[in-house]
Design a protein around this ligand. Structure first.
Ligand SMILES: *[C@@H]1O[C@H](CO)[C@@H](O)[C@H](O)[C@H]1NC(C)=O
Ligand SMILES: *[C@@H]1O[C@H](CO)[C@@H](O)[C@H](O)[C@H]1NC(C)=O
Ligand SMILES: *[C@@H]1O[C@H](CO)[C@@H](O)[C@H](O)[C@H]1NC(C)=O
Ligand SMILES: *[C@@H]1O[C@H](CO)[C@@H](O)[C@H](O)[C@H]1NC(C)=O
Ligand SMILES: *[C@@H]1O[C@H](CO)[C@@H](O)[C@H](O)[C@H]1NC(C)=O
Length: 591
């Protein structure tokens, strides 16, 4: 299972790995406006906000390709003028919903997305290529015009393909129902098939490895990450955002697909929320009673922009609760067990493990069942109320708002995913639910596959992807000792197309995860066409926009011969180099 050892709560949502305040509008939303009126006004702003960030005509993102979702128009501190596969997929999942709920004007946007993603799947990037291994699908981000992003980044990130499949499957099913089966088979399915092949075994692993029975605030929770050797607690908002993407109103709460009303999800919800209730972590949450929503961030150890609350997570919390209520309404009962009891007691102190609260055939509004549903719904509304409190008067939603009063918006402004999260929250509040997808019975293998599963991949030419040539490749592990300062990076370049033909914009960013004082190691695993001799060199990328530093060019170039390949084992390392950077070190520009 090459894809899951460091997988995140998968299918589901991984955070970008960040290497390191731009939001401008600070005037708060007017006081005394009802939640309903706020939601009505903000929903329109949110839809406009999403569309303004999609190329080719989005008003805030000139230069973006057709169907390309830009994460945010903010270009500095931080620069989010890129497209992330994750953000784009979640945005389009919401747009497909919005289309299915009646906004027919969105169809051209969806068609542009399909085309753009078919092409993006084939763009060779620092995570790899589409062919033959599918490794390139794990690349988290691309430039606004759809070209490869060559900077240093946390890669690969495994959640993008699965989320994109979710968005496209819902649209494809709609077309099939309308009788357009053949178009789906020829145009959309090939895109989906690549993404599904990249994400096998997720359900099995989620059910076997991602649960912690205890936490620092009591109660069990789903783990945000495993096997990464990180000191983090694993309490992470991606475990409540994942179930939003998996929601199916026809699936029972105990489905292994982790529905919003699953006891483990509800317990996770409580652990996450209680973690952020801590006023020493988030001062703006101090004094809020336990039955009311609070501002939520990614994980308690977060230091990005000092680790603030995010709009999309606080909105996601509300959405999760609306989803759960919708399911309970539909099935006509709420079951409380040991795992979910603590969650229910937050909003309904009489709840007891082992009880099932059923809808009454008569005078149901007086039943404990109704009381629980109303309490959860009010709890959900209170999270939206938190967002209302920290939304500026223009309605623009940044990525974050400060954890200290007055909760000023910060980081990237007009974040597409924040707007999409608002729309999606509102759909669920209005009981507009996505198309059902969970099969009648879902069974898990007794044991998850322990070894890597190889998918098969092909360019989705029916949707406009270019034809690709497959060459049999062998992976070389390039290793170089190169002392660097914080902010400096090492790249690998060379005379083959796989190494960018000496063009630095196509060079391979190397990884420093094993760098130590004793061994300043930078490495990259690169599949290269078998049977050739390749010339290569290392280059320093200095900070602050200073010139790149090439290795000493007076000596003969380094060469490596690429051994014969074995079909199906392109990712196995078949050769390695052990080099030391030739020439002088860099110096920080001090910016
Ligand atoms: C975000 O939207 C607001 C309101 O329309 C606008 O004033 C601001 O300039 C936008 N920011 C960016 C970075 O586009
Ligand atoms: C594929 O290979 C053919 C024959 O070698 C070549 O002419 C063509 O340019 C290649 N196409 C791509 C996209 O590399
Ligand atoms: C980096 O370190 C990890 C963990 O010690 C090890 O498994 C891996 O082989 C190392 N990679 C390289 C390229 O040295
Ligand atoms: C070595 O690599 C450089 C590119 O850095 C290239 O211009 C040069 O021709 C190569 N030298 C030899 C002797 O092949
Ligand atoms: C790189 O550093 C390691 C550890 O100090 C050393 O064993 C190795 O020989 C070095 N490689 C080269 C080419 O200098």
């Amino acid at each position: 299972m090459v894809h899951l050892t460091q997988a995140v709560f998968a299918g589901l949502v991984a955070w970008p790995t960040v290497i390191s305040a731009a939001a401008t509008d600070k005037k708060p939303w007017p006081q005394g406006v009802s939640l309903k009126s706020f939601i009505g006004t903000e929903s329109k702003i949110a839809l406009d906000g999403v569309l303004a960030n999609i190329g080719p005509n989005g008003a805030r993102v000139p230069g973006a390709g057709a169907g390309i979702v830009i994460a945010s128009p903010t270009k500095e501190n931080p620069n989010y003028f890129y497209t992330w596969t994750r953000d784009a997929a979640l945005t389009y999942k919401t747009l497909v919903d919005e289309f299915l709920f009646g906004n027919k004007a969105l169809q051209p946007y969806i068609e542009d997305y399909i085309h753009s993603q078919a092409v993006l799947q084939t763009v060779t990037n620092p995570s790899g290529k589409l062919l033959p291994s599918g490794a390139g699908l794990g690349e988290p981000k691309f430039n606004a015009d759809g070209s490869r992003y060559n900077g240093n980044w946390g890669r690969p990130q495994r959640d993008g393909p699965a989320l994109r499949a979710i968005a496209l499957i819902e649209y494809a099913n709609y077309l099939v129902k309308k009788g357009e089966k053949q178009r789906v088979r020829e145009v959309i399915w090939p895109v989906i098939a690549n993404d599904l092949n990249y994400a096998p075994q997720i359900l099995c692993f989620l059910n076997s490895a991602f649960w912690s029975p205890t936490s620092s605030v009591g109660g069990g929770h789903l783990l945000g990450n495993i096997n990464i050797g990180s000191p983090r607690s694993g309490i992470d908002a991606n475990t409540i955002l994942g179930p939003l993407a998996a929601f199916d109103i026809n699936a029972p709460c105990d489905s292994p697909t982790f529905q919003p009303c699953h006891p483990k999800v509800l317990s996770t919800f409580k652990v996450l929320v209680d973690t952020f209730r801590n006023p020493s972590l988030y001062p703006i949450n101090s004094g809020i009673p336990k039955s009311k929503g609070v501002a939520l961030g990614r994980y308690p150890e977060d230091i990005y922009y000092t680790g603030n609350p995010w709009y999309l997570i606080t909105l996601g919390a509300a959405e999760l609760l609306y989803n759960a209520v919708a399911r309970w309404e539909k099935q006509g009962y709420v079951s409380v067990d040991k795992t979910s009891e603590a969650f229910f007691k937050t909003i309904y102190p009489l709840a007891r493990a082992g009880q099932t609260y059923r809808a009454w055939p008569l005078l149901n509004s007086l039943s404990p069942f109704s009381a629980i549903l109303r309490a959860v719904e009010n709890y959900a509304d209170s999270f939206v109320g938190v967002v209302q409190k920290y939304t500026p008067s223009s309605g623009s939603l940044a990525e974050q708002f400060l954890k200290t009063a007055p909760g000023t918006p910060t980081s990237a402004d007009n974040l597409t995913w924040s707007f999409a999260a608002f729309l999606s929250m509102n759909h669920r509040r209005e009981r507009q639910v996505p198309t059902s997808w969970v099969p009648k019975s879902v069974s898990l293998p007794a044991q998850c596959e322990g070894t890597s599963f190889k998918g098969t991949y092909a360019p989705a030419t029916g949707a406009g992807a270019p034809e690709l040539n497959v060459t049999c490749q062998s992976t070389i592990l390039f290793q170089v000792n190169a002392s660097t300062y914080y902010g400096e990076n090492i790249y690998l370049t060379g005379n083959s197309p796989d190494l960018g033909n000496w063009d630095l914009s196509q060079a391979i960013p190397m990884q420093s995860t094993n760098y130590t004082q004793e061994r300043p190691l930078w490495f990259a695993k690169v599949p290269l066409t078998a049977g050739q001799n390749v010339e290569y060199a290392f280059v320093r990328e200095q900070d602050c926009g200073q010139a790149w530093i090439w290795e000493d060019q007076t000596q003969a170039n380094r060469t490596v011969s690429v051994p014969a390949c074995v079909e199906g084992e392109e990712e196995t390392v078949r050769g390695e180099t052990d080099d030391a950077f030739r020439g002088k070190g860099g110096s920080s520009g001090g910016c």
